[in-house]
Unconditional design. Structure first.
Length: 151
């Protein structure tokens, strides 16, 4: 597994833990970040979204889907910009920026690993998985995991 893929696995674990926490003990998480407790389901829905993102990130990392790694860097840098805007506009308290720091740190790790691979510091094959049967695209991954008629 390439360093970029490893960075995405670590981020997936973070998202998995966060997602479970938002589903199981949402008010504890809300309280840590200065938000009032809620009995509404929306926070648990966000937990499910985090679990889904964790799953996608983990599977992409295991499959060596380098385009997904790049897309994830973009997305993980967009979220902190919104979080900082929410704090600046008084819509959220400063502890929300802790999430932003995690996103920026994880995105930077992935970006630097991708840049090192592109510069030749690491073999390009490492970014695509180590086995000859590893998929090289999302389409190949999907085709490999879709059951055929009669199975």
């Amino acid at each position: 597994m390439s360093p970029a893929a490893k960075s995405l696995v670590v981020f997936a674990v973070y998202l998995f833990v966060l997602g479970l926490a938002l589903i199981i003990v949402p008010n504890a998480i809300l309280g840590l970040f200065g938000f009032p407790p809620t009995s509404e389901v929306w926070i648990r829905i966000i937990g499910v979204v985090a679990l889904n993102l964790a799953y996608y990130s983990f599977r992409a990392a295991r499959a060596g889907l380098v385009p997904f790694f790049r897309w994830s860097v973009h997305g993980r840098l967009i979220a902190p910009a919104f979080f900082a805007s929410f704090v600046a506009l008084g819509l959220a308290r400063w502890p929300l920026l802790i999430f932003a720091l995690v996103d920026v740190a994880a995105a930077t790790w992935t970006y630097l690993a991708l840049r090192a691979e592109r510069a030749g510091a690491l073999p390009l094959a490492a970014s695509r998985g180590t086995s000859p049967s590893s998929p090289r695209s999302i389409r190949e991954e999907m085709e490999r995991n879709v059951p055929t008629a009669g199975s």
